[in-house]
Write a protein that binds this ligand. Structure first.
Ligand SMILES: [Zn+2]
Length: 332
């Protein structure tokens, strides 16, 4: 973690082009080194022992998310959601509560009314959320306030940093800061599955809990389930399972969405969860993209492809519904 900390300390002083050129240099080598486990890591397709399948007998789940990084992304969001909506899809939009743009209550309401879900993407986007426990806990309190204010149940860490045991401090039904396989992320340890995973809070000695701690646990349990869950204290981890747009098109400079299509075909065969995260910030709605953007047609074509090739075979839901289904209190 020390190298990471130094990098995020120096990052604001390094020009974007320099950072990208360095990352591309290492990414090329990584791609060769990890060719046996990226974009597909075969063992991650193993079906969990207690897996009960997707709602309505669907072969696989199809889930979409967007992290909004900057004001530019915030401004492009409507255009992106229109593309999705026209094809009959809905997504979760993860906003940074205290980033460079401000998110109005009205904006949140309007998105929810249109059938989208809203999630919380860190507190800031500075890569320091997990620097130490005290920083995390003080930010967690404020993140919880935004979760409540926005009616959100899901969290995603900036830069996909993750410490799943710490996330129990958040009032969440699910987290989506991990992936099945993604050696290009700064914290590259994959979850090794294309299925949702229950993250149980480990209590060393339950008898030593104070009354206050017990109340907190029971409150959170009710918050997750509306009071109906049989599951004990914890949250659902939803790993993203397709490479992110930034990795494919900006870092590796792929000139098509073929990898998304190939991996979707594989996940569909395994009966897992196709979970794609993209960023409006990097989408070009007018041209063919450049060093820091890619044409929206890559994304629109992929959605069209899923709709046409797998019609009636997948369960399309936003992550909040996937998490509810997984803990056994929705979409049965
Ligand atoms: Zn982000």
């Amino acid at each position: 973690m020390l190298q990471l900390k130094l990098y995020y300390h120096a990052k604001p002083y390094l020009p974007w082009r320099f950072r990208m050129a360095t990352r591309r240099f290492f990414a090329k080598r990584k791609r060769i080194r990890y060719s046996g486990s990226w974009p597909i890591d075969p063992p991650s397709g193993a079906v969990p022992d207690d897996w009960r399948g997707w709602p309505n007998g669907a072969d696989f789940a199809f889930v979409l998310s967007h992290d909004v990084e900057t004001q530019i992304g915030y401004n492009k969001l409507d255009e992106l959601l229109e593309v999705e909506k026209q094809l009959g899809f809905r997504s979760v939009i993860n906003f940074i509560p205290e980033g460079e743009y401000s998110v109005s209550e009205r904006r949140i309401q309007e998105l929810i009314e249109r059938g989208f879900e809203v999630g919380v993407h860190g507190l800031y986007h500075d890569g320091k959320l997990y620097n130490n426990r005290a920083t995390f806990e003080s930010r967690a309190k404020r993140i919880n306030r935004y979760l409540k204010q926005w009616g959100a149940t899901g969290f995603r860490s900036p830069l996909m940093h993750h410490r799943l045991d710490w996330l129990h401090s958040l009032d969440i039904a699910y987290d989506s800061s991990t992936f099945d396989t993604d050696p290009f992320e700064p914290q590259p340890d994959g979850l090794g599955t294309i299925f949702p995973l229950w993250v149980e809070r480990k209590i060393a000695n339950p008898e030593s809990l104070t009354a206050n701690q017990e109340n907190q646990i029971s409150d959170r349990r009710s918050a997750i389930s509306g009071g109906k869950s049989k599951k004990p204290n914890g949250y659902v981890e939803l790993p993203y399972t397709l490479p992110q747009d930034s990795t494919l098109f900006l870092l590796l400079r792929e000139s098509s969405n073929a990898i998304w299509k190939e991996k979707t075909a594989w996940i569909a065969r395994q009966g897992g969860m196709v979970f794609l995260n993209t960023h409006p910030d990097y989408m070009d709605f007018k041209g063919n993209g450049n060093a820091s953007s890619f044409p929206i047609s890559y994304y629109a074509d992929f959605l069209q492809h899923v709709k046409e090739s797998y019609g009636g075979q997948y369960w399309h839901a936003t992550p909040d519904r996937v998490a509810s289904y997984f803990v056994g209190c929705g979409d049965r």
